[in-house]
Write a protein that binds this ligand. Structure first.
Ligand SMILES: [Zn+2]
Length: 1061
């Protein structure tokens, strides 16, 4: 049945050589046509195979007026337009897809593949070259291009007849001859140009037309440019083969380009990768000084670098610098470091960039060539981009998305094209959308295909435990007292606890986690979407869930009083020593008896039973049974706490760290108050819950690693580099403390001891510095590194993973599947699911790590956005909110870094301004700018005026700071701090108004309210942006509490603001 064919491919290599490639393939009678109109779906094998690829079962819908088949050139040049979900019924021919693969490279090809997989897009792949009637051999002398177009047309005709002429087919091509030749050849199959198609079928689809114009213009510019012979701005890149050979021989080094945000025109660093990092013998990154040496590489690109001779090495800048006065006053430079130049780009990591068009005046100053506009990216690290557009004036008040197309060696700036408008500059929604795009976070609403996979749970048709599951699972509903302890307002309860006494007198501790993988099948639409998102994103005022709410807030949420599926870990502990005797893992059915809040649980733990009123589950009981229930619950919480104390003590002996972030969570519970930074006594019940979760994560890590030593997903936290602790040690010394950073144990102990009884902020700042010196905790596949490297430094555990939050983290979903497979393996049962192999798992881990960083950045940036909106346009002279106490935590050559406890803000305060004046404080301690000079020593900085007045600022000094906002048109606004007095700030009438400090949630609320009021006042007419706004407002609401809960996790991640250091 199968006929063998050979296909000859001629590929042009990087150097311009032609490569002849012969591919064999077999022709078949049945190839999936993926049309719902197919008369023989079985013969076409249109169904999805079990465990097949995502998107495999996708069928073209029937409710369209035509199918559209883009020719190869259309796919090559206009894929972005075909990505609009409004364009439906698209058939991508294999021939066109291969053209993309061969001519546009991996990035573009992956985009196409993702589009095909995406359930939200009504498009399919038809493997025309495998279909025996569609396949056409190439004729002698026929060009590749002509053959591709002919093949696609031929397949289009076959397809039309295959679906029994029931749906007209439109082939769109850029080949005028083909339109001429095939245009009226077959009735029902239309052949027209892409422009013609958009004009006739989508006359009102403005965005598509604009994008078409924009792409066309950009392409024309490029063609013109390559014809003009102009001066060369940059050296040519070396061919790929040369780069690869050079890297192998050690002549060139490979790494990722990181641009210094604060000196974007001048400083970039290359962090070495792969063999380069081991063999080069270089301990540091490589400095790339200046745009010429950067040679058109863009922040995030993987580059090949050549080291310069030692005499040309330069130092990095250490002074504080302001973004708007780039390079005016070169700051002091450190010791010369390895310095190099980029000789080629191995992988371009270009993404969508948010930019701002120049204002009208600036356009005029850009000169006669006004069609090419230089736009400024929001991200300082990205160079200006040249956009060809006639809409510059209309776009000047908006945040706009653009893409880079090319960067020729003859051009100072890269060329790009306009994609879409996000929102008005300065509007909350526009700025939030900017943050999302800049972090590559896509949060379109869940698709219909995905929602169809969700279980039904309505009042009329409530979800029930199935008989089958009842048989297969261990039923804990009657035997175990299960309860949850969460922050107030928590909807998605991932975890619950239980403890009981066994018949033999031993204790049994249980951790029960939502069984998300029961509802989310591998490679289902829900799974693919969750994997893409990788995490729930928490912004300052909203969140974007990883899973649809029917799962996250309902069926997977372990709410009180309802039956739920869980995955449980049960430990048998010795009754006195709490030593772990046995552990059991498996699927269970639970019914949580109480959904407790931290505060109520703590009261019970403290023996304060008067809070019973706060526990709704106990409200309606008679006195006697209530007493009995209460006693049972108090015993359980007390016993859990005992066990947790014991487990914690064991980790402490190994050097577990209490880090700064942990306290942020605590800080909000009792008073929900940013002012109150160091509660001496955090709620112990927090520790209890956290410790039980850490224990479960640790034991699951051991289990999945033992079962799958080379393909288990674990989380490691590498030991920090000692040199990163230098600043911490110096600072502590300034207050007479010694910080021993040799191990996590000594660090933890010495941080505990570094406590100033008069100023608790000192300890908090030291812990925060320790946090910043840490490396990031990372997910990894156990097949990629040696067992010693699995270690989790912060938690002092040899193995760790994430198992306890599958509703909010995709890593936990993977871990649940691994655990289920491990249990089957123990029972010698067949593992039906395909587990990730080491390579794929490592790839997935990289993705999840990357998304976690995006989650962190977007959270931080959105918080900063709210802070700026809170202070913006407030008069610092009259508004009390703008004056606050600050603590100096770092000394620089031209200023200091200040922490403001009241708002949790960190920032730079300059002691020398642009005019060269220095801060001077008179006898009334108020500061004024005067001519003079600065002198910095280890732990202090002294400003001396020419008149001889002197003021010295020490580390940990409290000063009075004025907070204002520096507005930027093209970038995010930033908070500015100015020291207005060298004395601590005394809040006026502190006694009279104890609530003078600000809740963070109130800050968010106030900003949101004023934004809404402003909108009402403006009475903005509904515009095109409205729809986009709605898309982004997926879940608005009180998520701040959860946000801060999340920070617990961030404690081990890098959350440092980098102030030009
Ligand atoms: Zn078919």
């Amino acid at each position: 049945m199968l006929q063998k064919r050979e296909k000859v491919l001629l590929l042009r290599t990087f150097r311009g050589r032609t490569l002849r490639l012969v591919r064999e393939h077999y022709l078949r009678p049945g190839v999936p046509c993926r049309s719902a109109l197919c008369p023989r779906p079985a013969a076409c094998r249109n169904g999805a195979r079990p465990g097949g690829r995502p998107g495999e079962g996708k069928l073209l819908s029937t409710d369209v007026t035509h199918y559209v088949i883009p020719d190869w050139k259309v796919v090559l040049d206009y894929l972005e337009i075909l990505e609009f979900p409004e364009l439906r019924g698209i058939i991508f021919m294999q021939t066109a897809c291969q053209a993309v693969q061969h001519q546009r490279g991996r990035r573009q090809y992956n985009r196409l593949r993702n589009l095909l997989k995406d359930a939200r897009h009504d498009c399919i792949l038809f493997a025309n070259e495998f279909q025996q009637h569609c396949y056409l051999p190439r004729e002698r002398g026929e060009s590749m291009e002509k053959w591709q177009t002919r093949s696609i047309y031929n397949a289009a005709v076959w397809y039309f007849h295959h679906i029994q002429d029931r749906m007209p087919v439109v082939m769109v091509t850029e080949d005028a001859e083909a339109i001429e030749q095939y245009g009226s050849e077959t009735e029902g199959v239309f052949v027209i140009s892409f422009k013609n198609y958009l004009d006739n079928f989508w006359p009102d689809f403005k965005a598509a037309h604009e994008l078409w114009e924009s792409i066309l213009q950009s392409r024309r510019e490029r063609e013109n440019e390559s014809q003009e012979s102009r001066g060369r701005e940059y050296p040519e890149h070396l061919p790929l083969e040369v780069l690869e050979a050079g890297i192998k021989s050690g002549r060139y080094l490979q790494g990722i380009l990181n641009v210094n945000k604060h000196r974007a025109q001048i400083e970039a660093f290359v962090r070495l990768q792969g063999a380069s990092s081991k063999d080069s013998g270089l301990a540091s990154d490589i400095l790339i000084h200046g745009m010429k040496a950067r040679n058109r590489s863009i922040h995030g690109d993987v580059v090949a670098v050549e080291l310069l001779p030692r005499k040309d090495w330069k130092g990095r800048t250490t002074a504080l610098c302001e973004n708007d006065s780039e390079d005016k006053a070169p700051g002091e430079a450190s010791e010369p470091m390895p310095t190099g130049r980029v000789v080629g780009i191995l992988q371009k990591n270009w993404r969508d960039y948010v930019v701002t068009f120049p204002s009208k005046e600036e356009v005029q100053s850009q000169g006669k060539n006004a069609q090419k506009i230089l736009v400024t990216p929001w991200d300082y690290r990205i160079p200006k981009i040249r956009i060809s557009t006639q809409q510059a004036e209309a776009l000047q008040d908006f945040r706009v998305v653009v893409r880079i197309d090319s960067w020729e060696s003859t051009s100072v700036y890269p060329n790009g094209h306009f994609v879409r408008v996000l929102g008005r500059i300065g509007d909350l929604e526009g700025e939030i959308a900017t943050i999302l795009v800049e972090n590559s976070i896509s949060v379109v609403p869940f698709s219909e295909a995905q929602m169809c996979e969700m279980p039904v749970n309505t009042p009329g048709n409530p979800w029930k435990v199935s008989a089958e599951e009842e048989r297969d699972r261990r039923d804990l509903r009657k035997s175990h007292l299960v309860f949850s302890i969460d922050p107030k307002g928590c909807e998605d309860v991932d975890d619950t606890l239980s403890v009981r006494t066994l018949k033999n007198g031993n204790l049994e501790l249980g951790v029960h986690i939502a069984d998300v993988t029961h509802f989310v099948a591998p490679n289902s639409y829900t799974d693919v979407e969750a994997r893409t998102r990788a995490t729930t994103y928490y912004l300052a005022d909203r969140r974007y869930d990883m899973l649809p709410s029917v799962l996250s807030a309902d069926l997977c949420s372990l709410l009180g009083g309802v039956d739920r599926y869980a995955v449980s870990v049960l430990w048998e502990l010795d009754k006195t020593s709490y030593e772990i005797k046995k552990v059991w893992y498996g699927r269970t059915i639970i019914r949580s008896a109480y959904k407790l809040f931290y505060e109520a649980a703590q009261e019970l733990l403290d023996g304060n039973v008067s809070t019973v009123a706060d526990i709704p589950e106990l409200k309606d009981l008679d006195e006697k049974s209530r007493q009995a229930k209460l006693e049972e619950l108090v015993w359980a919480i007390g016993t859990l706490t005992d066990i947790a104390r014991h487990v914690r003590a064991k980790r402490d002996r190994c050097g577990a760290l209490e880090l700064e972030g942990v306290e942020v969570r605590v800080q909000l519970d009792e008073k929900k108050n940013i002012h109150d930074l160091i509660p001496k006594q955090p709620l112990e019940v927090h520790e209890t819950v956290a410790e039980c979760m850490i224990l479960a994560n640790h034991w699951v890590a051991k289990k999945i690693w033992e079962s799958f030593p080379h393909q288990a997903l674990l989380r490691r936290h590498p030991s920090p580099h000692q040199e990163f602790f230098a600043e911490l040690r110096e600072c502590a010394k300034a207050r007479g403390f010694f910080i021993d950073t040799r191990s996590n144990k000594t660090l933890a102990d010495s941080l505990d001891n570094a406590n100033d009884p008069n100023d608790p902020i000192v300890n908090r700042l030291l812990r925060s510095m320790a946090t910043q010196a840490m490396s990031n905790a990372l997910y990894f596949s156990t097949g990629t590194c040696a067992e010693e490297e699995f270690h989790h430094y912060g938690l002092a555990l040899d193995k760790y993973t994430h198992f306890t939050s599958p509703i909010r983290r995709y890593s936990d979903i993977v871990v649940h599947r691994l655990l289920m497979a491990a249990i089957l393996k123990d029972k010698k049962m067949e593992i039906k699911e395909n587990l990730f192999n080491n390579k794929d798992l490592e790839e997935l881990c990289r993705h999840i790590n990357n998304r976690n960083r995006a989650a962190q950045h977007s959270q931080k940036q959105s918080t900063e956005l709210f802070q700026c909106m809170y202070f913006k346009d407030k008069d610092p002279e009259t508004k009390e909110r703008c004056i606050s106490d600050g603590v100096i935590y770092s000394i620089r050559t031209n200023g200091v870094l200040v922490f403001i406890p009241r708002y949790g803000i960190k920032g730079a305060a300059y002691l020398k301004n642009k005019d060269g004046l220095v801060v001077s404080c008179g006898p009334d301690s108020r500061s004024v700018w005067k001519p003079g000079s600065l002198h910095r020593s280890q732990d202090k900085i002294t400003s001396t005026t020419t008149e001889g007045e002197c003021v010295t600022f020490h580390l940990f000094d409290h000063v009075t700071v004025k907070i204002s906002v520096q507005a930027f048109r093209c970038h995010s606004d930033t908070i500015r701090l100015e020291i207005i007095s060298n004395k601590p700030y005394m809040m006026p009438n502190t006694e009279l108004c104890p609530q003078s400090s600000l809740l963070k949630s109130e800050l968010v609320k106030e900003v949101t309210r004023s934004v809404e009021e402003a909108q009402l006042a403006q009475e903005v007419k509904v515009n095109v942006l409205q729809q986009e706004y709605q898309e982004y407002c997926q879940t608005k609401g009180r998520s701040l509490y959860l946000l801060l809960e999340e920070i617990r996790d961030l404690a081990l991640l890098d959350v440092s603001g980098n102030y030009g250091i």
